[in-house]
Write a protein that binds this ligand. Sequence first.
Ligand SMILES: NC(=O)c1ccc[n+]([C@@H]2O[C@H](COP(=O)([O-])OP(=O)(O)OC[C@H]3O[C@@H](n4cnc5c(N)ncnc54)[C@H](OP(=O)(O)O)[C@@H]3O)[C@@H](O)[C@H]2O)c1
Length: 321
Amino acid sequence: MKYRHLGKAGIQVSEFSFGSWLTFSQASALDSTVEMMSAAYDAGINFFDNAEQYANGVSEEIMGAALKKLGWRRGSYLVSTKLFWGLHEGPNEQDTLNRKYLIEAIDGSLKRLELEHVDLLYCHRADPSTPIEETVWAMHNIIERGKALYWGTSEWEAADILSAIDIAERHHLHKPVVEQPLYNLFERQRFGSAYESLYRDHGYGSTTWSPLASGLLTGKYQNGIPSGSRGANESFDWLQEQLTNKERIAMVAALAPLAKEMGASLAQFSLAWCLQNPFVSSVITGASRVEQLQENLKALEFADRFTPEVMIEIDRICGLG
Ligand SMILES: NC(=O)c1ccc[n+]([C@@H]2O[C@H](COP(=O)([O-])OP(=O)(O)OC[C@H]3O[C@@H](n4cnc5c(N)ncnc54)[C@H](OP(=O)(O)O)[C@@H]3O)[C@@H](O)[C@H]2O)c1
């Protein structure tokens, strides 16, 4: 495993990290969570991503219980959580980054995670109804109280991130240092253009999500939705639409020979492609079973096999060439 700096921050994250969205969702999943986190850690993964909203807090509880069982030295790993959607109904506790919500919500997350602090705390989405200045101060205060070490954004507009950096600089507050954007072979426009100056000029880090487009880039949706897969989950119609998108399925078919030529599975090929971008600090991977994680970890072996010709061909297939 190689490690990359989180932008220009002092902390380093493993090139692949491991996230818990939709996978650590039932208390009964503790054993498999321990198994997967253990396999990830043994392979050198040092960053585990979570969010208050994942399974309404249950994901944090399971990760907390798993960490307790695993007993790793706290300095050897990083944990994140993300705040925005909230767990309770009411005007001040949902879809917000107001000061009261943030200051109280972090305590709930820490309790569920059974940790004294998270290493990275993200604002899971932007909140146009709260002044950015209020959010920046609240995140600064959370860090000053030792409940988080670094903070960042997820899916914020670049202009809002620049505004948060500017406010923090003017008031000598802790600045946001990392964005958590969607980034995969199909979804790279925003990462590649809008955020470019943030990475280049401000040394902003990035921990990217859904590198396999929820599994579509593994090739397993080529003949419809397999049972037991994420796409078979009926509560996510928006996801089913993406996973059955004919244009994307055709692109996956066209990418398959390139992966084969490299000796990689489509999943490995798609994951290794994300690492070609130097502005990616860590690719947050997801897996429902340890076998998937093991397959995905082998993608690291292919990271240096992407020639300029292959990159051009990939862009052509994905409609960017
Ligand atoms: N900031 C945000 O807004 C945001 C949003 C989403 C995710 N995230 C973070 O990013 C992490 C990763 O996102 P993601 O889970 O969407 O990643 P992903 O890599 O796009 O999808 C992971 C899913 O694909 C399937 N899969 C993975 N490897 C496979 C393999 N080798 N063969 C077959 N199927 C395979 C599994 O689903 P099935 O087996 O169930 O089909 C797995 O759960 C999340 O856990 C979360 O921490 C952040």
